[in-house]
Design a binder for this molecule. Structure first.
Ligand SMILES: [Zn+2]
Length: 153
């Protein structure tokens, strides 16, 4: 946990399914059966007009992009800078991307992963961690950190 971080609201009108899953240590996202599309962040209706229903997802993802964050940052994050933040694209929901910390071990601090360990497309798995009291949120654990054969490090 990081003290004094700004917290998202848990009381949005379309977010109950997201929070209920996170409270169980799982991920769920809105899905439209009419056009078979997934949505995040939570919204009222699909872009096709269809109703949205929360469905569980595995948390398996690929690294879509990442950046290294340097100061100035919010005061709560200053002790950790520089640190890497990734964008994870869920395997069963192509196009659904979530921003979060990248981890090697599930209990790592947010600044353990180094840019040299990352490559676009590498497999990730969601790890739901409590980022503040009563507030679970996914971080993304790297499944493997080896460089592809033939690539210089
Ligand atoms: Zn739709």
């Amino acid at each position: 946990m990081i003290a004094d971080i700004p917290l998202p609201s848990r009381h949005g009108p379309f977010e109950q399914g997201l929070w209920a899953a996170l409270d169980r240590g799982e991920l769920a996202h809105q899905h439209c059966a009419a056009c078979d599309s997934w949505h995040f962040p939570p919204r009222w209706r699909c872009h096709c007009g269809g109703a949205l229903e929360y469905r569980p997802v595995s948390g398996k993802a690929h690294l879509w992009s990442w950046t290294q964050v340097h100061p100035p940052v919010l005061p709560a994050f200053a002790p950790f800078a520089p640190y890497v933040v990734g964008i994870a694209e869920l395997v069963e929901a192509p196009g659904l991307r979530m921003v979060g910390s990248l981890l090697i071990a599930a209990d790592d601090p947010i600044n353990r992963v180094q840019p040299a360990q990352l490559r676009i497309g590498m497999p990730l798995a969601a790890v739901v961690r409590e980022i503040a009291p009563g507030l679970p949120w996914p971080a993304w654990q790297i499944i493997e950190t080896e460089q592809p054969a033939g690539e210089a490090s």
